[in-house]
Design a protein around this ligand. Structure first.
Ligand code: SAM
Length: 244
C-alpha cells in the first residue's frame, strides 16, 4: 500500500512514521509512505499557503492552489488516482471496520488541514471523503493522519506477524479483548488465572471468549447491542453476575 500525506508539517509526520511497527514495515517495503510539504507547491514568493477568510472572522484558511498542485504532483507519480481523504472533524468517525476497508486500498492521499481549515473549493475538487478521529477539534490534521496511518497500516498484510494479532483484538469482532498477563505468575500477591497456566488450549479459548463478553458488558455495554453473539453467549451473560 502507498500512502501520500499532504501537510504543512512533514517532519512531524516523519518523526512518528519512521518508528516502531510502521517504521519497520516501511523499511521492509510493505508500506510506502511519503510526506509532502504543501508549502513546496505554492507559487507565492514568500511561500505563503494561507490567507484571511472571505466574509471575515478569526484565523487563516489554507489556500486551494498549493494543495491542488501537491495533489497533481502525486497523481503524476502514481499510475492511478489515489483515494483522497481529508482529515476533518466534520468527517465520518474512524472505526476498526472502516480501517479494515481502507487497508484494502492500493493508494491513499491524506490531506491535513490547519488553522481554520481548507478552502472549500479544493475539497470539492479532489476529496473523496472526510474522516474524523473523534468528535473534538485538534489544531491540525497531522495527529489524525498519524492515527489513521497507524490504525490502517497495521492491518495491511505482512505488517504484523499474523492476522490473529488484530482479529482477536478489541473492536475487530465488535467486542473488547480479554485480559492479558505475562511473567511472573504471581505479582504483588496477584495470581495469573489458573486456566492460562493449564496448557489446555480449548479451555483457554473458552475462558478468553467469556472474559471478552464480560468486559464488553462491563466497560462498553453499547457495543454488546450490535455484537454478533451466539444464543448460548447471550444466555451466558444473562446467567453471570455483572461484577465478574
Ligand atoms: N474550523 C474547522 C471546523 O470547525 O470544522 C476546524 C479546523 S481545525 C482547527 C484544523 C484542522 O485540523 C482541520 O482542517 C483538520 O484537518 C484537522 N482536525 C481537527 N480536528 C480533527 C478531527 N477530530 N479529526 C480529523 N481531523 C481534525
Amino acid at each position: 500500500m502507498r500512502i501520500d500525506i499532504a501537510t504543512l508539517f512533514p517532519d512531524m509526520c516523519e518523526a512518528v512514521l519512521c518508528e516502531s511497527i510502521i517504521g519497520r514495515a516501511r523499511e521492509a517495503g510493505i508500506l510506502e509512505i511519503h510526506c509532502h510539504n504543501i508549502r513546496d507547491y505554492t507559487l507565492d514568493k514568500h511561500r505563503r499557503v494561507d490567507d484571511t477568510p472571505y466574509g471575515g472572522g478569526m484565523g487563516m484558511v489554507m489556500q486551494a492552489d498549493p494543495i491542488f498542485r501537491c495533489f497533481e504532483a502525486v497523481c503524476v507519480q502514481l499510475s492511478q488516482r489515489p483515494h483522497v481523504i481529508y482529515l476533518s472533524p466534520q468527517g465520518r468517525v474512524l472505526t476498526q471496520q472502516l480501517a479494515v476497508a481502507y487497508s484494502r486500498q492500493d493508494c491513499l492521499f491524506l490531506l491535513c488541514g490547519h488553522y481554520e481549515g481548507v478552502d472549500e473549493r479544493v475539497l470539492e475538487e479532489i476529496v473523496d471523503e472526510e474522516v474524523s478521529i473523534g468528535d473534538y477539534v485538534l489544531t491540525g490534521g497531522e495527529l489524525p493522519a498519524l492515527v489513521f496511518v497507524d490504525t490502517v497500516g497495521r492491518l495491511c498484510e505482512g505488517v504484523l506477524a499474523d492476522e490473529s494479532c488484530f482479529t482477536e483484538e478489541s473492536h475487530f469482532n465488535g467486542l473488547l479483548e480479554y485480559p492479558q498477563y505475562s511473567r511472573p505468575a504471581v505479582w504483588h500477591e496477584k495470581e495469573v488465572p489458573e486456566v492460562l497456566l493449564s496448557g489446555h488450549h480449548a479451555n483457554i479459548v473458552r475462558w478468553r471468549r467469556e472474559q471478552s463478553l464480560l468486559r464488553t458488558r462491563n466497560k462498553r455495554p453499547d457495543l454488546l447491542e450490535k455484537a454478533p453473539l451466539e444464543e448460548k453467549e447471550r444466555v451466558f451473560l444473562q446467567n453471570t453476575d455483572r461484577e465478574e
